[in-house]
Design a protein around this ligand. Sequence first.
Ligand SMILES: Cc1cc2nc3c(=O)[nH]c(=O)nc-3n(C[C@H](O)[C@H](O)[C@H](O)COP(=O)(O)O)c2cc1C
Length: 198
Amino acid sequence: MSSKVVAIVGSYRKGGAIDTAVEAILEGAREKGAQTHTIYLREQHVEFCTNCRQCTQSPGAERVKCAQQDDLESILKEIEAADAVVLGSPVNYYNATALFRRFLERLLGFFYWPWGNNLLVQRNKRQSRKAVLVASAGMPGFLIPLATGAPRALRLMAKSFGAKPVGSLWIGLVSQEPHPRLSARTLERARHMGWKLA
Ligand SMILES: Cc1cc2nc3c(=O)[nH]c(=O)nc-3n(C[C@H](O)[C@H](O)[C@H](O)COP(=O)(O)O)c2cc1C
């Protein structure tokens, strides 16, 4: 049976650096027989976490559903049915976008954290999926993991999904022109990362 790869995109811009890089990764995965689907967070109805913490109170290995009614549950069901994920966000003000982080903050149901406990504990520590992490920025790419919080946000999301990062793509210098074109080398690297996910 073919593997299923789901991408979560936290870019505000259609056809920008993150959309292009994520699509190249998925193209690579499809070349190796995977089925792929992209969830553009900008098109989803995802509310802010209200810190009610209802989803963190009862123990157990299963994720607890959020009490809010929006698109979160259907997105998470899709992730849970996937073998691998691609997580992508531009770097805005030295971190993942607000769009990406708003979704990240809604993943508390993967953790047990009753009132009175100082630390949250992941409900299921099994890493049964693979992940590729992607960030883009105006600064040179090598600075993204050194100077920004974006990789940490991407890793936290992968961890919540029980996904082990098998590759990362830090794409720099994307603010040179209004519509960034990724280099042939970057696109090739992206495709090859997709191969690892299939
Ligand atoms: C509000 C805002 C804040 C930004 N902050 C940073 C930053 O802190 N560091 C940086 O290198 N680039 C920064 N950028 C540039 C974005 O990272 C770049 O435009 C983005 O990676 C392009 O991705 P996209 O084509 O998918 O939109 C910022 C852009 C915007 C709009």
